[in-house]
Design a protein around this ligand. Structure first.
Ligand code: ADP
Ligand code: MG
Length: 403
């Protein structure tokens, strides 16, 4: 894989060179305030290395899920403001669009060592289009803004999108420091991990995450499951799950995974109790119930205290832990305790010298909002989906294109 060092070696001095950097700045927002700036902070070193060398840095990124047209609530302005705070002394501007005359004019005004942020890529339909020609046309417009391309948005390298994949085919390109660092950690998880190796899965993107389980069954010693995805497992075991998140069409697949795990001697740890609420709301009536007795009119929004203790016990002797997906709807205080207990269990493994990796945008936001320091974990990954696809053994288009 080509790295920034290769760019320096080939281009010599980067002074005055326009470098387009794809970063992942898809931060969680509460209105216009950023609730976790981890992805912005993780992106800084690559930008600073380039601006420090006199390059004119043009950063492109997406925020949220606009549908190919501008939407004020998905503007990158709050991100621009945060970047300006984090880089005092560097002029940081925001272009009105990612391509076209406004972007071209903003790039033309850039001076050496300055940074320009392009407006949300996904305000343009070409960014995520499945049509190669439409995506290609947008990538042409992006490529026209720069001389070199650096791919540093680890959270999107599993996407075949214009700013990740197509633009790399149009400019001399390299992987940025964040992408390389993330890849190093994942390599440690896939190449002879210290054992016991435990994987904890949770969160809400159930069908996305079920795919990785098959592959993990071949490499890990234990799988602990919580969050929204656990109800598909409980249903597979014949439990009534009430109004909980359930992927009914995946129940058979999950049964197959449970059988494979049993054959291979991989321990699957499921909750024994859950916090069952009458609605998806912090004010809803809720109580802890055993998994055998989830009332038909309630939804499980967190693992219960007995499960939290069980999970901590099954992680205590682990030497390697990969965790993706909160154990509950942690954004609401009554359902945050399972996630807190899990973060504590990982922190203990870190202290004992094990490698702990937290992956996923919401998982990272969860541990930080619960007051854990980044140093409580070996690594907090900026990319959930990308990490999972890597662990699944899939080829990631945004990485293969950098070879
Ligand atoms: P990540 O971004 O870390 O990969 P996901 O996006 O898959 O994680 O899931 C995070 C979301 O899952 C959170 O917003 C959380 O509220 C939600 N969640 C967790 N447990 C449940 C549950 N039992 N029911 C509904 N939503 C849940
Ligand atoms: Mg998420």
């Amino acid at each position: 894989m080509r790295t920034i060092d290769d760019l320096f070696a080939e281009a010599g001095d980067l002074r005055g060179r326009r470098v387009l950097v794809r970063s992942d700045l898809n931060v969680p927002l509460d209105g216009t305030s950023i609730t976790d700036d981890g992805r912005i902070r993780a992106s800084l070193p690559t930008w600073q290395r380039l601006t420090g060398a006199g390059a004119r840095v043009v950063v492109c990124a997406h925020l949220g899920r606009p549908k190919g047209a501008p939407e004020e609530r998905y503007s990158l302005r709050p991100v621009r403001d945060r970047v300006a705070e984090l880089l005092p002394g560097t002029r940081v501007r925001l272009a009105e669009d990612a391509v076209g005359p406004s972007a071209q004019a903003a790039v033309a005004e850039l001076r050496d060592g300055e940074l320009l942020l392009l407006e949300n890529l996904r305000f343009n339909a070409g960014e995520t289009s499945k049509d190669d020609a439409e995506r290609g046309a947008f990538a042409d417009a992006l490529a026209a803004l720069a001389d070199l391309y650096v791919s540093d948005g680890f959270g999107v390298v599993h996407r075949k999108q214009a700013s990740v994949y197509d633009v790399a085919q149009r400019l001399p390109h390299a992987a940025g420091g964040l992408v390389l660092a993330e890849q190093d950690v994942l390599r440690r998880l896939t190449t002879d991990p210290a054992r016991p190796y435990a994987v904890v899965l949770g969160g809400a993107k159930v069908s996305d995450k079920l795919g990785v389980i098959e592959n993990l069954l071949a490499t890990c010693d234990r799988i602990l499951i919580g969050g929204g995805m656990v109800f598909t497992f409980l249903a597979a075991q014949g439990h009534e799950v009430g109004k909980s998140l359930l992927e009914a069409d995946q129940v058979e697949t999950v049964r197959g995974h449970l059988a494979t795990a049993a054959e291979r001697g991989v321990e699957v740890v499921l909750p024994v109790d859950v916090v069952a609420a009458t609605a998806f709301s912090a004010d809803a009536e809720h109580e802890v119930v055993p998994v055998e007795a989830i009332p038909a009119d309630r939804m499980g929004l967190d693992i219960g205290p007995r499960s939290a203790a069980l999970f901590a016990e099954r992680l205590a002797d682990a030497r390697t832990v990969f965790w993706n997906g909160p154990m509950g709807a942690f954004e609401m205080a009554p359902y945050a305790e399972g996630t807190r207990a899990l973060a504590q269990a990982l922190a203990a493994v870190t202290t004992a010298g094990g490698l702990t990796v937290v992956g996923g945008g919401d998982s990272a936001a969860a541990v930080r909002s619960l007051g854990f320091e980044d140093s409580a974990f070996g690594h907090i990954s900026t990319g959930g989906g990308a990490s999972l696809e890597y662990l699944e053994g899939k080829a990631l288009p945004g990485l293969s294109v950098l070879d």
